[in-house]
Write a protein that binds this ligand. Structure first.
Ligand code: T3D
Length: 291
């Protein structure tokens, strides 16, 4: 098994022998493309022939690419997208059938891969932007919804496909869906497994924005470029506050805001922000964050 990681013009490849629905196969695919831009990283799920469905090597490569972004003190945003016509079709179902044709009991991949992935994305100290270029189904849909900002191509759709094969939503879907669209719509999406077109997803508040297909990637890069020169401590603390608010009452949240505001004010970016405002110029925030 070989793993090569290049963090600059990035390619993460893994060669291994795998098992696919009863067939042994030789696999040598670049399941993830990772690229480092000025101030942000781009990760592309890259199994277009399977609509970027998750396989074991892709999980490992994705984890490495995210870790590299986290370790890079100059990284202040992460862009996640898919190659080809889909964003991600969730778990590769070929991996869920054993050699003798039996389906496997599930749970361990949530523990080892999906849950750590979602926790990691939520905890990253910079915004994660999903550019949903096509269908996002199953874990692929909920992966997108775990990101901080979701941009979607007009032709994209979101499918809580789990129920179609007798499963339940995972990757935090039962947590994010009702919070984003309310209980009635969350239940309809999860219980029917019907596809929700991107325009409706925007109207419902499931995602931030729906844009024309040919504008998606430019718009996503524009957003990342904006974050690349934004105040890093403020971004990290804002993420934390919004996430923790779900478990807090107003009193606890007010206390947390006080603490975070104090912490933000200790950062050089705050002093620069105030000075720049008073001097009627654009602020120049520090190019690196603490790692
Ligand atoms: O440990 C655990 O497993 C627990 C974790 C579970 C997480 C999950 O994500 S469970 C849910 C898994 N995902 C799905 O059930 C979605 C399956 N896919 C679809 O329903 C449809 O493909 C889509 C709605 C996403 C798109 O439909 P369409 O008509 O645009 O494309 P298609 O023709 O169905 O798919 C194109 C190809 O991709 C096709 O292969 P082929 O015939 O061209 O060789 C299809 O088999 C393949 N593909 C799509 N999704 C998957 C897949 N192959 C493997 N696994 C997939 N999930």
């Amino acid at each position: 098994m070989g793993l090569n990681t290049h963090s600059k013009r990035g390619v993460i490849t893994r060669s291994m022998r795998g098992h696919d629905g009863g067939k042994e196969f030789a696999m040598d695919e670049q399941t993830i493309l990772a690229e480092r831009r000025a101030g942000y990283h781009v990760i592309t799920l890259n199994r277009p022939q399977r609509l970027n469905a998750f396989c074991e090597p892709m999980h490992h490569a994705l984890r490495q690419a995210i870790d590299a972004a986290e370790r890079d003190g100059a990284c202040r945003a992460l862009l996640l997208t898919g190659a080809g016509r889909a964003f991600c079709a969730g778990q590769d179902l070929n991996e869920r059938v054993s050699k003798n044709g039996e389906v496997k009991v599930l749970g361990s991949a949530l523990e080892s891969h999906y849950n750590p992935l979602i926790r990691k994305l939520r905890a990253l100290p910079f915004p994660v932007i999903a550019a949903v270029n096509g269908v996002a189904a199953g874990a692929g849909a909920n992966l997108a919804l775990a990101c901080d900002l979701v941009l979607a191509a007009r032709s994209a759709s979101f499918v809580e496909a789990f129920i179609r094969i007798g499963l339940v939503p995972d990757c935090g879907g039962t947590w994010t869906l009702p919070r984003l669209v309310g209980p009635a719509r969350a239940r309809a999406l999860a219980l029917t497994g019907d596809a929700l077109p991107a325009e409706k997803a925007e109207t419902w508040g499931l995602i931030w924005k729906c844009v024309d297909d040919d504008k998606l990637i430019d718009e996503a890069h524009r957003l990342c470029t904006h974050f690349a020169s934004a105040p890093a401590v403020g971004l990290a603390l804002t993420k934390r506050l919004l996430d923790e608010s779900w478990g807090n009452d107003l009193d606890a949240q007010l206390d947390l805001e006080r603490e975070c505001q104090r912490e933000a004010s200790l950062a050089a970016d705050y002093a620069e922000g105030v000075r720049a405002f008073l001097e009627k110029r654009s602020p120049v925030f520090s190019a690196r964050r603490e790692v």
